[in-house]
Design a protein around this ligand. Structure first.
Ligand SMILES: [Fe+2]
Ligand SMILES: [Fe+2]
Length: 383
């Protein structure tokens, strides 16, 4: 295992993103806002800010317990995998800059993504940057508490897209043959069902649940036919939501097994950013134009037109509908779902595998993922 500082290169980008770069990029919009300076509140809050920083910087002296370390290691692995897939989206469909370097964009793919929202490249860039910081922080935090960071670099051997704009480097994940589960669409719109109570849900795009679909252009030929590249962009639009709803459930599910207060703070502070991503993507996916891919036959239905004539598909219902939670005898409540903690890491690994994200990966990769997941699931729940 190498140091986390070296994890940023292999499979993620063509050059390392050193911690120093965070300082160099001090004028970027997001760093500017995060610092507080951009909000015009620096002067008034400075003394409080300094005190809080001093407290936060005090290193925790105790070594992480086995369960907490295993949970953070699984989360770091999940974030490395997220970064790998988001990096591929950013190279072709996002904004390539010092925050998220690599690739040079694909004009036709970007235009098709912009049909969903003109800010799609910015959102893709920002989601990618967030994942990069999630895994970099988690690995650095693990090391700071005497635990081993996660390194998946040896498994970054899957091929890149051959479309102009993509880097030609080894990848951990596959975005060119995906089977996308879009049942989150109705799961968050239902007011009477919950996956934790054994309920199942209809997919928004039934065609994505079978077959293998590209979510990025595989080569420049994929850019030629307008409805075909739009279908690829639509697939990406729904895949974004599928990935980020997973993160939205994963963090609260694992948080229930965390023991150390600071680790709980880490998990509870990163987790909700996945929900912010999910909320954005669930809004944008609703803008995917109805169409039939002339090359593959994949259909994107009009979700506002019957059939299905009910509220579980309407595109503007992007806020979570309150639903049953814990027991049906309790009143309905607006919640993240699922949040069951039993075997969650293993089921997330299986969910990602079932969507074809690791198609072509080695036995060693699947063994490593399974071990990370089962160690996280072995952490005893609180109480
Ligand atoms: Fe993340
Ligand atoms: Fe995420």
């Amino acid at each position: 295992m190498s140091s986390s500082r070296h994890l940023n290169d292999g499979g993620m980008s063509d050059r390392p993103v050193a911690p120093l770069e965070n300082e160099e990029r001090g004028l970027s919009r997001r760093a500017f806002v995060a610092s507080g300076v951009g909000l015009g509140v620096a002067a008034g809050l400075a003394p409080l800010g300094r005190a809080a920083t001093a407290l936060a910087d005090k290193p925790s002296s105790t070594k992480l317990g086995k369960g907490d370390a295993a949970i953070l290691r699984f989360l770091a692995a999940a974030e490395i995998l997220e970064t790998d897939l988001w990096q591929q989206y950013n190279e072709l469909g996002g904004i390539q800059d010092s925050e998220v370097p690599g690739g040079s964009g694909s004009k036709r793919y970007i235009e098709a993504l912009e049909v969903l929202d003109e800010d799609m490249p910015q959102y893709i860039h920002d989601n990618t940057e967030d994942e990069l910081t999630h895994f970099t922080f988690l690995n650095a935090y693990l090391e700071s508490r005497g635990a081993e960071p996660v390194d998946l670099k040896p498994f970054a051997n899957l091929p890149s897209s051959k479309a102009t704009g993509a880097q030609q480097i080894g990848r951990l994940t596959n975005l060119m043959q995906l089977t996308v589960d879009t049942t989150w669409w109705t799961r968050y719109r239902s007011n009477s069902k919950n996956p934790d109570l054994g309920d199942s849900f209809a997919p928004a795009v039934p065609g994505l649940a079978k077959g293998e679909h590209p979510a990025i252009p595989r080569d420049d030929k994929d850019l030629e036919e307008e409805q075909h590249i739009q279908a690829i962009a639509n697939t990406a639009g729904f895949h974004f939501g599928t990935i980020e709803q997973g993160g939205t459930s994963l963090y609260p599910s694992l948080a229930q097994r965390v023991r150390d207060p600071e680790v709980l703070r880490v998990v509870l502070s990163i987790g909700p950013t996945e929900a912010m991503h999910f909320q954005t993507w669930s809004d944008k996916a609703g803008n995917a134009p109805p169409l039939k891919d002339p090359e593959t036959g994949l259909e994107f239905p009009d979700l506002n037109e019957p059939p299905p004539p009910n509220e579980e598909f309407k595109t503007n219902l992007i806020m979570p509908e309150p639903t049953v939670f814990l027991r049906k005898s309790l009143p309905i409540v607006s919640i993240v779902r699922p949040t069951n903690t039993q075997g969650v890491a293993t089921s997330v690994a299986e969910f990602l595998t079932a969507m074809g994200l690791f198609k072509g990966q080695s036995t060693g990769f699947f063994e490593a993922l399974k071990t990370l997941a089962s160690e996280a699931d072995a952490a005893k729940p609180r109480g």
